[in-house]
Write a protein that binds this ligand. Structure first.
Ligand code: SGN
Ligand code: CA
Length: 511
């Protein structure tokens, strides 16, 4: 009997091993507003990111990864559903709340035997998350210091400390107590590097010795681009000295800021010691005009990079946890941002546009035994493709209704047809005054149609104008290109069933 039990246990153990070998664990780390320009694997001129670079070295780096709608909620909704915003229902952060009754990949992974969790920033509205064995998420945008979290069942708990560190800790805690006989899928949602770029105390001043050259397009005059002229997202005008850059006219004004008010006395002392010095130097300089704008740029970049430094350190820490718990070999790890971000290009911060800095997102992926270390994937991949890819990797069926394409065959060196063109649609029309827009990127060209705030078309020849400064839509030499791209755009609109875009597409624009 004793032997029989021992043999049964052994068999069960082997079964579990075989099962997990077939079904890899999955960790997806999604940051917020982290620009590829700030990642050394992408050739950053700003900083080193050894944590993210490790994933690129040990796995694949996607050099042409893009999002369907460059905004926080819509990006996460597409990630979960594998569908464009007009199909999954989450079009913008202002009016949408995610309908968790719909088909999302985590639910299908659960059915396939996975434990699933989302920890950190989710930002999908008020509905109770479904599809997760466990969740512990920030309400809305969340806070950098002493953030509240809402866990499975709706319990709210305040955690003392810095948000990026806490999210890592909670992720490791969940991994530590999970049912180790089942594969897992963990989504780690970071708040960093979102506005208002509040660094961890240990990173205050980390970039103070450096001066960063302005991007070549910093003083863009937006000639030929109507929508770019009316936005409200410039370092010069929109970015605020107090709210964004922590240089307030007085302590009383600073005290009005909720994000600072919630700090503990010890945190606040360290915080003020640093920013009081910044304010002192600023006051002494008495800057105006361009000098003031350029000073703001330096401060923006320094705070932004400091939050990115903590983000990268925490990614390295989570990878270390996988190493020390014998999980590295059988775990897919994806790191990506919810979209790109402007680091002063065109004079801007924020995202939303179909312009490269915003549309394109950093993405790296490690999958031991499947992806050869140091792989570069240069084809077009969209955040739309992740759900079907992970379903396939987890041995779960990919529903036909998903609009993304699994790139697992590409990783495995099997038959795979890359997409030739990408479709984009952005809807929000409030904060930062970016006009709703949809468009197509196909190789050398990008065609964008703006509507609602501005009605206009833009065409860029990316070979001649990679910085997207010169709209050549009206240039007769490009007439054939316009016709051709419009045909392709209409095909994509129909393929993805975007009825609203089709109506707009068929409405002529009066120039
Ligand atoms: C907030 C920010 C905006 C940002 C949006 C969307 N202002 O409104 O600058 O564009 O979020 O960001 S803030 O003062 O509240 O920081 S997203 O990442 O959630 O889509
Ligand atoms: Ca975001």
């Amino acid at each position: 009997m004793k032997y029989f039990i021992a043999i049964c246990l052994l068999l069960l153990q082997q079964l579990a091993v075989a099962q997990s070998a077939k079904q890899p664990n999955i960790v997806v780390i999604i940051s917020d507003d982290h620009a590829y320009q700030a990642i050394s694997a992408y050739g950053s001129r700003f900083m080193q990111t050894p944590g993210i670079d490790r994933l690129a070295k040990e796995g694949a780096q996607f050099t042409n990864a893009y999002v369907t709608n460059s905004l926080c909620g819509p990006s996460r909704a597409t990630f979960l559903s594998g569908k464009y915003s007009h199909i999954n229902g989450f079009e913008d952060n202002d009016h949408s709340t995610f309908d968790f009754n719909q088909d999302i990949f985590v639910k299908r992974l659960q059915t396939a035997g996975y434990q699933t969790a989302w920890i950190g920033k989710m930002h999908l509205g008020e509905n109770t998350p479904q599809g997760f064995t466990y969740y512990n998420i920030l309400p809305g945008q969340g806070e950098y210091y002493n953030p509240d979290f809402i866990s499975t069942g709706g319990k709210k708990t305040r955690h003392e400390g810095y948000v990026t560190n806490i999210i890592t800790q909670l992720s490791e805690d969940w991994l530590g107590q999970r049912d180790a006989s089942k594969p897992f899928c963990l989504v780690v949602g970071h708040k960093a590097t979102h506005r208002t770029w509040m660094p961890d105390l240990q990173d205050l001043g980390a970039f103070d010795k450096q001066t960063f050259p302005l991007p070549a397009t910093f003083y863009d005059d937006y000639a030929t681009r109507k929508a770019a002229k009316v936005q409200d997202m410039t370092v010069a005008q929109t970015m605020q000295l107090g709210y964004d850059l922590k240089v307030f006219p007085s302590r009383e004004e600073e005290n009005k800021m909720g994000a600072v008010k919630r700090m503990s006395p010890a945190q606040r002392t360290a915080w003020d010691a640093y920013y009081d010095q910044v304010k002192k130097e600023f006051d002494e300089k008495k800057l105006t005009g361009k000098a003031l704008t350029e000073w703001k740029y330096q401060r923006y970049i320094k705070d932004y990079l400091s939050t990115a430094k903590s983000l990268d350190r925490n990614i390295a820490e989570l990878l270390h946890y996988l190493d020390t718990h014998d999980l590295t070999k059988n775990t897919i790890v994806i790191y990506m941002s919810d979209q790109g971000f402007f680091m002063g290009e065109h004079g801007w911060f924020d995202k939303r546009w179909m312009y490269e800095e915003s549309f394109r997102t950093p993405m790296v992926m490690r999958y031991p035994g499947v992806i050869k270390p140091g792989t570069k994937i240069n084809g077009y991949i969209m955040n739309l493709d992740i759900a079907p890819t992970l379903l396939q990797a987890g041995n779960a069926a990919v529903p036909d209704a998903m609009q993304g394409i699994s790139f697992l065959p590409l990783l495995k060196g099997k038959a795979y047809t890359p997409r030739k063109a990408m479709y984009y649609h952005y809807y929000e029309n409030t904060v930062h005054h970016v006009s709703p827009q949809f468009g197509i990127k196909a190789g050398r060209y990008k065609l964008i149609r703006y509507y609602e705030r501005v009605n206009a078309w833009e065409l860029f020849d990316l070979e001649k104008d990679p910085q997207e400064l010169k709209n050549v839509y009206a240039d007769k030499n490009y007439a054939k290109v316009v016709t051709n791209l419009k045909n392709q755009l209409l095909q994509l609109i129909e393929q993805y069933k975007d009825k609203e875009a089709k109506k707009l597409f068929l409405t002529p624009v009066a120039d």
